[in-house]
Design a protein around this ligand. Structure first.
Ligand code: GN1
Ligand code: MG
Length: 376
């Protein structure tokens, strides 16, 4: 970190905490959008984040959603006798009681850091992924009764896959940085599957499945695991909490967590679906949403996994074609590597469609779901 950045960080931090007491500031890399820092104080640590306001065009709307959601969850957590300092994110306001600090046109926010917990980029055991499944499912039970109308739409059309496909076609036509010629096969891959992209959005539009409060970015690194117990504590990164489909939350965790490789692994032979991990996650998830999920949603679980993985592959490819304006990249072809990796995951999902459905069916029976839920 340069001296200039460090000085600026302290200038921002002093809006939230007493800078004279700061012990250290560390950059946390990992997120693709915002910039994140850990502020170490003698007895507590805080997360300071600069919000990417090109992506989140309404930072106050985003913070409104986060505060509403965390306040609501905190009530449930307290009611259930759990620790509100560890089972939900806690927003730290500025010394002037604001949710954001604006400095030089940049938006900053602060959260309490939950000690002795880890957000894993990669799943290391079935038990861990079972825990992730539970926490993704539990998000739904915690938010039962929360009114979706209270929420702002932080990013319009976020998981509107057909809309994203239209934008993808537009960016190919624009061909801003002349990369289209290099990615013909990848474009074809997306085109071939585009007729499947509207399945979930149509179900939502026709009210065949409910619009719920969803997290919309449930990758495993957005789950905190307790270092001492190995149990999942809560979902973090609530930036994209909005109305949406549960099926995308289910699939988004799997597209990374059930893969044997990282999201940006270059060697595609390593991108393989681990059905054991798939089962652990699905078990945790289905245990938690029993009584909440509808039969039609269960029918779409495979599609949620498949479509969201296509969508993210398409988004990475879109950003590559467009000149890497959206996701942070560490090297020039990073987005292309991510896109190819997620396309390989799509192939894996398609190859294992019947195994995936058979596992879901078996779990439904084991977990005493009634017959109307079973796959035909
Ligand atoms: C982004 O910022 P991060 O890493 O939590 C993206 C998600 C993608 C994800 C891919 C606001 O999430 O939608 O699924 O990268 N977030 C936004 O790893 O676009
Ligand atoms: Mg995010």
């Amino acid at each position: 970190m340069t001296d200039d950045i460090y000085t600026e960080l302290l200038n921002v931090a002093k809006e939230f905490v007493n800078v004279n007491k700061i012990v250290d500031v560390i950059e946390l890399k990992g997120g693709h959008i915002n910039s994140t820092y850990l502020i170490k104080m003698p007895q507590a640590q805080y997360i300071l984040q600069q919000i990417n306001s090109d992506v989140f065009v309404s930072p106050f709307g985003m913070m409104h959603n986060i505060c509403e959601i965390t306040d609501y969850i905190r009530k449930q957590v307290i009611y259930d006798g759990k620790d509100p300092n560890r089972s939900v994110m806690n927003v730290v306001k500025t010394r002037y009681d604001q949710v954001l600090c604006i400095r030089n046109d940049k938006y900053w926010r602060c959260m309490q850091y939950i000690d002795n917990s880890t957000a894993y980029d990669h799943i290391t055991s079935p038990d861990m992924f079972y825990e992730v499944g539970k926490v993704v499912g539990e998000f739904q039970s915690l938010l039962q009764g929360f009114h979706t109308r209270v929420l702002d739409e932080t990013i319009a059309h976020f998981h509107d896959t057909p809309y994203r496909y239209k934008k993808f076609i537009d960016c190919i036509k624009l061909n801003r940085v002349n990369r289209v010629k290099d990615v013909q096969e990848e474009i074809e891959f997306i085109n071939q599957r585009s007729n499947k992209f509207d399945k979930i959005t149509n179900w939502l539009a026709n009210k065949e499945i409910p619009r719920r409060v969803t997290h919309n970015d449930t990758k495993p690194s957005n789950v905190l695991i307790d270092d001492a117990t190995g149990k999942a504590l809560c979902l973090i990164d609530l930036d994209t909490v909005m109305k949406g489909s549960l099926l995308y939350d289910y699939g988004d965790a799997l597209r990374i967590g059930a893969s044997k490789a990282a999201e940006d692994e270059v060697d595609l032979s390593k991108v393989l679906i681990d059905l054991g991990l798939f089962e652990s996650f699905t078990k945790g998830f289905l245990e938690e949403v029993n009584g909440i999920i509808t039969p039609k949603e269960v029918e779409g679980l495979y599609d949620g996994f498949h479509i969201i993985t296509c969508e993210i592959a398409m988004r990475f490819l879109h950003d590559y074609i467009d000149g890497d304006n959206y996701f942070k990249v560490q090297y020039p072809t990073h987005n292309l590597v991510r896109a190819r990796n997620q396309m390989e995951m799509v192939r894996e999902i398609e190859k294992h469609e019947s195994d995936i459905k058979a596992i879901i069916n078996r779990l439904l029976k084991e977990l005493d779901y009634s017959e109307e839920f079973y796959f035909k």
